[in-house]
Design a protein around this ligand. Structure first.
Ligand SMILES: Cc1cc2nc3c(=O)[nH]c(=O)nc-3n(C[C@H](O)[C@H](O)[C@H](O)COP(=O)(O)O)c2cc1C
Length: 211
């Protein structure tokens, strides 16, 4: 007899709602998040699949005010550069977007990858070394869904120079930034992506190429 749980239709419906209502959140309430909950989410994220079972993700919680201020300054510089690179017709719309919740989010987590970890014995990495980074992305997505299921919102900030972030965080030289995450209680819940609400982009229906 198997101990495996049965996932019934009711569970699948709720899971579909979780997928639909997971949002990239940039507007947070400032109420604190229990550190034990953050630890649980990181444990859940560590159940993600990884090439060769290498578990190459490295979670860094960014807690000190000085490091957070340095990250906010790095974001401001990168976002100003991104604004300057916008075509004239798009610049005002870009400037109006809210692209990070770094000020209000009570929890900051940088997710990095160790590109050549001993764990996993290099399996799968000879042909596709990039799968190490993909594995870290899967951990982020697992964390994202688990956070949403706990009522938390997560926002991925990529408007950052990775080397600058690594220097701020003082991590081992070979670690590379995959994602900088803001985590906290969302100011609002919505089923619509913020970029769609802002009129910047809209979600298309799924499509498949068949060969
Ligand atoms: C790899 C990655 C990087 C992202 N970087 C940013 C970012 O720097 N700032 C931001 O506001 N949103 C960022 N996002 C969030 C996307 O804009 C968001 O996922 C998309 O608009 C769809 O919205 P949804 O996640 O709410 O469904 C990022 C998402 C991913 C997957």
């Amino acid at each position: 007899m198997s101990d495996a749980p049965a996932f019934d239709a009711g569970f699948r419906e709720r899971l579909a709602e979780l997928f639909a209502w997971r949002r990239d959140v940039r507007r947070f309430r400032t109420d604190p998040v229990d550190p034990a909950l953050v630890d649980t989410l990181i444990e859940t994220a560590s159940l993600a699949p990884s090439v060769g079972l290498s578990q190459p993700w490295r979670f860094v919680t960014v807690d000190t005010p000085a490091r957070r201020a340095a990250i906010r300054a790095a974001f401001a510089d990168s976002n100003a550069a991104a604004l300057a690179a916008q075509p004239d017709a798009r610049a005002a719309a870009y400037a109006a977007l809210k692209l990070a919740g770094l000020d209000a989010a009570p929890v900051h987590i940088a997710v990095l990858v160790e590109p050549d970890p001993a764990q996993g014995h290099g399996l799968g990495r000879t042909t596709m070394p990039e799968t190490v980074g993909y594995s870290a992305v899967l951990a982020i997505h697992t964390l994202w869904l688990a956070a949403r299921a706990a009522g938390l919102g997560l926002g991925w900030v990529s408007i950052l120079e990775p080397e600058r972030v690594c220097a701020i965080l003082d991590v081992p030289a070979d670690w590379r930034l995959v994602g900088y995450l803001c985590l906290g209680w969302p100011a609002a819940e919505t089923v619509t992506p913020e970029l769609e609400t802002a009129g910047w982009e809209h979600r298309r229906p799924a499509s498949v190429v068949r060969r």
